[in-house]
Write a new protein. Structure first.
Length: 331
């Protein structure tokens, strides 16, 4: 498996020639007994949002470390009022959707997803045949999907309040449709994540660990071999484990990458005359979708994309153990 994308450290993509296997699915469905009923979860999702007034803000950064990401230039962008979830969709919430609809995610249809090597059990290791070139810590694990986040011998119900992962962009949209909500645009996501701080590096200010306090779930130690766990978490943390930002949003930095609705381009937004700065929604078409926030695998030594203006992307059918989503609504 090859991986030419320059941010494969963050989120590898599904190969283009991949064909779907017979669904190994139905695994999520077996959990019906312990799953809350759909109407209650939908009500919970719509209730657990923050209404924001929108307005102008400075979007992006002029950081030059990842030129292929197109973080810059910093530009004034205006968004209309909208509402956004305080935290990403959890395993418990996704289980309710899967049980209610019988929806099979793309990881289930393809029969595999990317799992970080530390989380694969000795037993499952024996069946792993492939890792991502240039990002050997990402293993192709058969039977890994949202319901089996570390592979077939793991189960979502062990971590019900952790963010649902191995969710492709297409899966996230299907969930949003079910909830009668939507994905945020990148501009909305970043407006909300900034929490009212103007042009700050992080969602809480300029210092990564103010007063020595960990503000998000990222990697400490030597990536990708040794995680010293100073923030308390190796993989995903339950949503809301770290302080909320100025608008009351949790985990906008680290934990998991979150999908936005926009197609990704590194340059589209830089042409002031040709693109709108009011409610921008990205290019009309593209190859990959924007993701924001960074994940539990980000470490300053190779990837500090937990900065609030950072971004990367992945193809809409890709899934990994560090990608999920949060929902938004128009007002
Ligand atoms: Ca961590
Ligand atoms: Cu990263």
């Amino acid at each position: 498996m090859t991986q030419e994308d320059n941010c494969s450290c963050c989120t590898p993509e599904r190969p283009k020639d991949e064909s779907t296997e017979v669904s190994a699915s139905a695994n999520g469905i077996s959990q019906i007994a312990s799953v809350s009923d759909a109407a209650a979860i939908k009500a919970e999702l719509r209730k657990n949002v923050i209404g924001l007034d929108g307005g102008p803000f400075a979007m992006g950064t002029n950081d030059r470390r990842f030129p292929g990401d197109g973080e810059g230039p910093v530009r004034e962008v205006t968004v209309d009022p909208f509402s956004i979830a305080r935290h990403s969709v959890t395993n418990r919430q996704f289980a309710s959707f899967a049980a209610d609809t019988g929806y099979a995610t793309e990881a289930e249809k393809f029969g595999w997803s990317f799992v970080f090597h530390h989380f694969v059990s000795e037993e499952v290791k024996k069946s792993v045949r492939s890792a991502v070139q240039g990002a050997q810590w990402w293993w192709q694990v058969h039977g890994a999907d949202w319901a089996h986040p570390h592979g077939p011998d793991s189960d979502w119900s062990e971590t019900p309040d952790n963010p649902a992962v191995h969710i492709s962009w297409n899966d996230a949209v299907a969930f949003a449709d079910w909830a009668e909500m939507r994905l945020p645009t990148e501009a909305e996501w970043e407006f909300a994540a900034r929490g009212g701080l103007d042009g700050a590096t992080f969602a809480w200010g300029e210092e990564l660990t103010p007063g020595g306090k960990h503000m998000c779930n990222i990697w400490q130690g030597d990536f990708p071999s040794e995680n010293s766990l100073e923030d308390g978490f190796h993989g995903t943390a339950p949503v809301g484990s770290f302080p909320e930002n100025g608008y009351g949003l949790f985990d906008v930095a680290g934990n998991i990458w979150e999908w936005c609705s926009d197609w990704f381009s590194a340059t589209f937004h830089s042409n002031e005359r040709r693109v709108t700065r009011v409610n921008p929604a990205g290019p009309r078409r593209g190859q990959s979708k924007v993701t924001k926030g960074g994940s539990y695998l980000c470490h300053d030594s190779y990837c500090n994309r937990y900065r609030v203006g950072a971004r990367t992307s992945s193809t809409p059918d890709s899934s990994t153990g560090n990608m999920g989503f949060r929902l938004a609504m128009s007002q």
